[in-house]
Every structure is written in structure tokens, then in C-alpha cells.
Design a protein around this ligand. Structure first.
Ligand SMILES: [Zn+2]
Length: 85
């Protein structure tokens, strides 16, 4: 259960509200989006071992979201999951 005062919400994350989100994986993030170093919510480092990552559907992808944070905040942020990049 996620609380409204979860520490991960202290980051500048509310622009992600209502966005469409694409699933991807750590390898693709490292390869194609090397400027993304960590989850925007929990600061977990992007690595190949974590299979699933999520990125907003935007032209210049600004952040990535780890699997756990995606699951935790999916409802709160009303994300719509797309098919993938
Ligand atoms: Zn995270």
C-alpha cells in the first residue's frame, strides 16, 4: 500500500500523472536511453539484471520507472500501459 507521503513522491514526478507508459527492459534503457541512470521514483540504478522498466510515451523520454515503482504507483498516477517501444 502506497501512502500519499511516500518518500518516493518527493521527487518531481507529478508530470507523469495520466501519461501513457511503455514497457521496456534494462538492456534497452542502457543502450538507447543512456541519459537515464535511475528510477525517477526510488533512484534504483538502471541495470541489465532488472528485466522490466517503464518509460513515458514522449518524444524525448525524460525518465524511467522501475518495475516495483510502476506497480506501486500505477493506480495513483492513472497510467495507461502501451505495447512497448
Ligand atoms: Zn523505482
Amino acid at each position: 500500500m502506497v501512502e500519499k507521503d511516500d518518500w518516493r513522491l518527493l521527487n518531481d514526478v507529478w508530470y507523469l500523472k495520466g501519461q501513457c507508459i511503455n514497457p521496456t527492459n534494462g538492456e534497452e534503457v542502457i543502450k538507447y536511453l543512456p541519459h537515464l541512470k535511475h528510477c525517477i521514483f526510488c533512484y534504483d540504478k538502471v541495470n541489465k539484471n532488472r528485466i522490466r522498466w517503464f518509460v513515458p510515451d514522449e518524444k524525448n523520454i525524460s525518465c524511467c520507472i522501475c518495475e516495483k515503482c510502476f506497480a506501486d504507483f500505477c493506480e495513483m498516477f492513472s497510467w495507461r500501459l502501451l505495447d512497448g517501444l
